[in-house]
Design a protein around this ligand. Sequence first.
Ligand code: ATP
Ligand code: MG
Length: 562
Amino acid sequence: MDAEATGTEERIPRNFITEIIDHDLEAGTVSKVVTRFPPEPNGYLHIGHAKSICLNFGLARDYHGECNLRLDDTNPVKESMEYVRAIERDVNWLGFSWSGEVRHSSDYFEILYGYAVELIRKGLAYVDELSPEQIREYRGSFSEPGRNSPYRDRSVEENLALFEKMRSGDFGEGKACLRARIDMASPFICMRDPVLYRVRFSSHEQTGDRWCIYPMYDFTHCISDSLEGITHSICTLEFQDNRRLYDWVLDNISIPHHSHQYEMSRLNLEYSITSKRKLTQLVEQGVVDGWDDPRLTTIAGLRRRGYTPRSIREFCRRIGVTKQENNVEMEALETCIREDLNDHAPRAMAVLRPVRLIIDNYGAEGVTLTELRVPNHPEHPEMGERTITFGRELFIDESDFREAANKQYKRLVLGKEVRLRHAFVIRAVSCEKDAQGRVVAVHAEAIPGSVGATLEGHKPKGVIHWVNAADCLRTEVRLLGRLFKVPNPGAEDDFMSTVDPASLEVVEGAALEHGLAAARPLDSFQFEREGYFCVDSRYSKEGRPVFNLTVALRDSKKAAAA
Ligand code: ATP
Ligand code: MG
């Protein structure tokens, strides 16, 4: 594993899985840890997957083992190469690299078929010709045992011949399937003769039209893990019952290695959806701007929003690995990116809702400033300096000026003083309004000699940001909020109705310091006093970046409590 990419300080904190591994290593039942991340390529990866990625690749890194990337591609109907590429990209972007080539469950189709035949030969699988509806009906329920299919007691020879016929395309979809012959009365529904193979006349992104029968997830997954010598096969708690089936399959075929499965709780993050089916709905119905909409907690969406791989890994480290179901607050994720950007993002000035500020005494003695050098980060001199320009006409934010205000308001007020960040102390003398009474320009006087100096009698409480009207960049800034109005949209009957239309506000004509014109997609900045912003990778043009709000400067909950 690439220790450098993720930093050696990023060891996984101890959890119940590291304890199992330590025990296995000590007992000698395992000599090298081998894990895997096994997504189905039927959608983009999301923050829940990040938890699994950080754990599986992180374990391989910490224990000097290996982690495979395996695409669990057993359902060609819903899978595509677009998803495959996106998965590879996102795993790499998070800072991880897999052992060897990317693997596919479909690489094992021939071997899987062989094991299915082995089960038939042992009288442990049969071809069923009940319809999918009948199979469901015969399965029973939690309170009622299932019933045997009338096809359950076919001879081995008959089953072999029929399974062969399934493979050669002689059965239509839903007309036949291969089922394990276990126990229709089992208290575990997954053990009631689960389907192992079904007919699908569908082209597969890896195997083309070679197959018209496809193995089911439960049959494929445990065998693929074992073929790859996975020592610790980690999944989420919903698959706890299925472990019985995996063990049954592995115990009844002649496979040399037997992988063990361990279950952890899944990540549920407030205000976000981590179901690919629901994410697909949002994308396909155009409710969001693609899988990488910056309001989505897909990895691609978080990247476009300005999250860094480091911040996502830190988040996964903090939430830990347990068996307790829980909901993680969105603030926990936001805190991670805020801390990261506070440390690493260069500062810049950006006026989101510009109002003209005219320095009436500009050009007078002591008020001739045209350029100044300012640090890119207040605590990191190694991040360098930049030049910003000053002139007679500036822009300030409309929220930073009032004609009259009480003492709590530490910005610009008529007749009062405020400091322009990095520049003069100014005093507002008058303002101009439009027909609706909106302030369109403020006139002020600069205090000569007040740049970088504290003068007796001129000690304003507030500092406001500004840009030079003559050369600033006018562009679009997208203020993004949370996509959903409720903390747990997934629990709603109609989660689509909880989408918040106010989650995107497009601010046109924001005024940004001119140097930002050179910013590239995915560059991040702290717009002083506003928040952290990142250059959008879709709407930006050369010389005219469009910015997305990544996160506000302060935690909204803490700010409200303060
Ligand atoms: P979905 O239900 O959205 O399709 P999935 O679990 O079926 O999600 P996979 O592509 O099969 O998606 O998941 C790949 C791996 O990621 C699995 O090992 C799964 O356990 C893990 N994973 C998926 N979602 C989460 C989550 N919310 N928290 C932790 N791990 C997850
Ligand atoms: Mg799945």
